[in-house]
Design a protein around this ligand. Sequence first.
Ligand SMILES: Nc1ncnc2c1ncn2[C@@H]1O[C@H](COP(=O)(O)OP(=O)(O)O)[C@@H](O)[C@H]1O
Ligand SMILES: [Mg+2]
Length: 277
Amino acid sequence: MSPDVAGLPSSARVLVMANQKGGVGKTTTAINLGTALAAIGERVLIIDIDPQGNASTGLGIERKDRTFSTYDVLMGQRPLLDAIAPTAVPRLYISPSTLDLLGVELEIAGDKDRAFKLRNAIAAMAQDPAAADREPFTYVLVDCPPSFNLLTVNALAAGHSVVVPLQCEFFALEGLSQLLRTVEEVRRTLNPALTIHGVVLTMFDPRNNLAGQVVADVRAFMGDTVYETVIPRNVRVSEAPSHGKPVLLYDLKSSGSQAYLRLASEIIQRERRLRAA
Ligand SMILES: Nc1ncnc2c1ncn2[C@@H]1O[C@H](COP(=O)(O)OP(=O)(O)O)[C@@H](O)[C@H]1O
Ligand SMILES: [Mg+2]
């Protein structure tokens, strides 16, 4: 653990990367949005709550080095600060995932606070004496599994706001309606303050005629909720994880890196507007 691992003040924003579909860009967005936010000066914690652990691997955290993980945190066996590891990116940290997370649902099913394990852990970090003399995180990004299980529910119950990665493909809107219903349900039952931060269109391929239509349809349906920035399909983005690097470290000039930098500044601007309102 790095000596300057931070605590979480109430001012840290918890953004949840959620979409029940797999392969839409949740993990890619967590890694690269996190990197881009850190690059422009934010202090960022990624919480990997997906048993697949792709965010942890993509940030170069080897399995043998995952001494404590999000599993231990959800089980109440370790404080969040103990699980947090530094990454190669300054100001970017991660609470890694292990396959143990597959068992969490069964292990906590009988607990009254089963939906609030993550929220409690994040709140406890702010009170952790070990965090007192450290600079606080300004953003916490939670990378969800591709399903609506108890892990995703924990993430949604812990979040201020949801970032929805949506792949530019034919069935995009169908999945989106289902996600919006789930967020509404969580808002009604567990987390009244939860909002949709924005929808980020991913893997846009201008050579695909349908992709432009999908972008137009999603914008017509969701209006300003859709970020202006569209993430292009870019082979450098998909190569980077196999090198254990965010694309911004792997190839800063690539169209993918540049798009994630634009997305980060758009998100910060949206945050400023929210705070001013
Ligand atoms: N902008 C992009 N350009 C090219 N490949 C991408 C892009 N975004 C994601 N991918 C690739 O698509 C696959 C699914 O992305 P991922 O972020 O893992 O989705 P999820 O976490 O929603 O399952 C991964 O192999 C990833 O490298
Ligand atoms: Mg993923």
